[in-house]
Write a protein that binds this ligand. Structure first.
Ligand SMILES: *[C@@H]1O[C@H](CO)[C@@H](O)[C@H](O)[C@H]1NC(C)=O
Ligand SMILES: *[C@@H]1O[C@H](CO)[C@@H](O)[C@H](O)[C@H]1NC(C)=O
Length: 519
């Protein structure tokens, strides 16, 4: 039996490498192109680097990319519900325990029509009088423990994947029900959804219709933690347990420390959810950054208008992307392609802190030594070979991988643009420093402002999320960045270490970053 399976998979491999059919749809003026991938090179690089990582995906919260993905057999998944019964689905299932605990509660309406100052404060309730936690806004969340609602302890369900689950991962903060653009890739591109950002159940129903069509079992998205919309609970999951939770209105169940420790849990996933619990097929990735889409953001704030949106994109491009996502997902198999995130990591680890260091004012001696350390590997000091050291340097980091799919070629073009820009800038800086040394008449030998400016321009273009972390926080503090449904505007732009009291205030602030308001 095992032999037959082995034989079959070898045969598959052989077939896969001989029949290279293009994964993406036919070329036309709306289609993907190397030109678009080159133009959006830094954005593609960062999307790959931040995929399935809470930190970068919270900064670049408007995800523009789709990755076919696999949840390996044996992965534990957590579901919070007000009832102990196994749901049918679609329902939400979390990768971390505290995230599921948030939903392991029931809120029942005591009075038929809860008072509120406007539509924003009206909480939607089910026919049985329960508040649907998937349909309330961050600000409504905090009104629930006021006396109009009755609290009922719910259940934490634990499930285990009993075989690999094929899913589609939507990047950025795609589970964040915000009008800042977090839902564009689903609502505008995938679904052409008209329910509005808050209709999470309506969206899940439409996503699961699509799931049947493209052969996935659900969608991985991120809010305050990663989660899976599982379309059918009777498929691929083994039920492990459902335990009733303590009463959160008593101190044992809930206090400021619950939220503090919850954020600590989120923080432990800032740079990856660990244990290979979701494997992405980068070689089948489809990104709006591959296309001639208008990604401009009409928001007037400069901080926001930097984030891409799909609201201004041409319908024809959107339809082409939708059809390409569909084809890419159908063609993807669990024999996932190139580990492009690994390639990105090798580049970021080599350059990130050094580029930051170079952007500070330093003397010419240090500057030259630092730059040389990064680029002289690619210069032959012995002979005068004809190879362009910038080109050699740029290609070096891409040597380990050989592109197969069309997407590999698009990602490679983007990555090469990134490495080329890094190597070119460093080489330029090196030349300037060396020239100054040779020029006996140079006046300001110690003035490195031009060199520093070049490095700063490069860094601002690269915009690596690793440069905005909090550093190491004290043990009674956690590094907090706004993650749906929590955080203020300041938490988005200036993440910092916070203790439990500071954090509790920020989490309950009415000045919520994700909430719609006049903008
Ligand atoms: C994108 O859309 C904006 C707003 O409609 C428009 O001002 C801009 O010129 C468009 N950009 C391109 C490249 O078409
Ligand atoms: C979305 O739906 C509207 C109304 O049915 C239609 O006019 C439009 O072409 C659709 N857009 C896309 C991108 O499918």
């Amino acid at each position: 039996m095992r032999f037959i399976i082995l034989l079959a998979s070898l045969l598959n491999l052989a077939l896969a490498s001989t029949s290279q059919k293009p994964l993406l749809g036919s070329q036309n003026e709306y289609g993907h192109s190397i030109a678009s991938a080159t133009e959006n090179a830094n954005l593609i690089f960062n999307a790959v680097h931040s995929s399935m990582r809470q930190w970068g995906s919270s900064i670049q919260h408007n995800g523009m990319s789709f990755f076919p993905a696999y949840i390996p057999e044996g992965t534990l998944l957590y579901h919070g519900n007000r009832i102990p019964e196994i749901p049918i689905g679609p329902e939400w299932i979390a990768f971390e325990i505290p995230h599921a605990e948030m939903f392991a509660v029931g809120w029942r309406v005591k009075r038929p029509q809860p008072p509120g100052d406007g539509d924003d404060d009206k909480v939607e309730v089910s026919d049985e009088g329960y508040v649907d936690l998937r349909k309330i806004s961050p600000n409504q969340l905090w009104t629930l423990d006021e006396p109009e609602y009755e609290y009922i302890p719910g259940y934490l369900h634990i499930y285990k994947a009993n075989r690999p689950l094929k899913v589609l991962y939507l990047d950025g903060m795609a589970a964040g029900n915000s009008d800042r653009g977090t839902m564009d890739s689903q609502d505008i591109l995938l679904l052409n959804f008209t329910g509005g950002v808050w209709d999470e159940r309506g969206r899940a129903a439409e996503l699961c219709n699509l799931a049947k069509d493209i052969g996935v079992e659900g969608f991985v998205r991120m809010e305050c933690g990663f989660e899976l919309i599982k379309c059918d609970f009777s498929e691929g999951l083994t039920f492990i347990s459902h335990k009733q939770r303590p009463n959160i209105q008593k101190s044992e169940g809930f206090n400021t420390m619950f939220l503090f420790e919850f954020v600590r849990e989120i923080g432990s996933r800032y740079f990856g959810i660990g244990a290979g619990r979701v494997l992405l097929d980068y070689s089948s990735m489809v990104s709006a950054f591959f296309y001639p889409a208008n990604l401009s953001n009409p928001h007037p704030d400069p901080g926001q208008s930097k984030l891409p949106r799909l609201v201004k994109s041409d319908d024809n491009v959107l339809k082409q992307m939708r059809s390409d996502v569909r084809d890419a997902v159908i063609d993807s198999n669990s024999n996932v392609g190139i580990d492009w995130q690994g390639v990105a990591d090798m580049i970021v680890k080599r350059f990130a802190s050094r580029l930051q260091f170079l952007a500070t004012d330093m003397d010419q001696e240090k500057l030259l030594s630092e730059v040389n350390m990064l680029v002289n590997t690619f210069i032959d000091y012995g002979t005068h070979d004809e190879q362009d050291p910038v080109e050699v340097c740029a290609l070096h980091y891409l040597q380990p991988v050989s592109p197969h799919t069309e997407q590999d070629h698009l990602i490679q073009a983007a990555f090469k643009t990134v490495t080329h820009k890094i190597c070119d800038t460093l080489n330029e800086v090196r030349k300037i420093v060396l020239q100054k040394r040779e020029d006996e008449n140079a006046v300001d030998v110690d003035d490195a402002s031009l060199e520093v400016q070049l490095i700063r321009e490069l860094n601002s273009w690269l915009d690596w999320p690793d440069w905005t972390t909090c550093g190491v926080c004290a043990v009674d503090e956690v590094c907090f960045i706004a993650v749906f449904p929590y955080g203020t505007e300041e938490d988005h732009y200036l993440p910092q270490c916070r203790n439990s009291e500071q954090l509790f205030k920020r989490l309950r602030s009415r000045d919520n970053y994700w909430m719609p308001r006049q903008r």
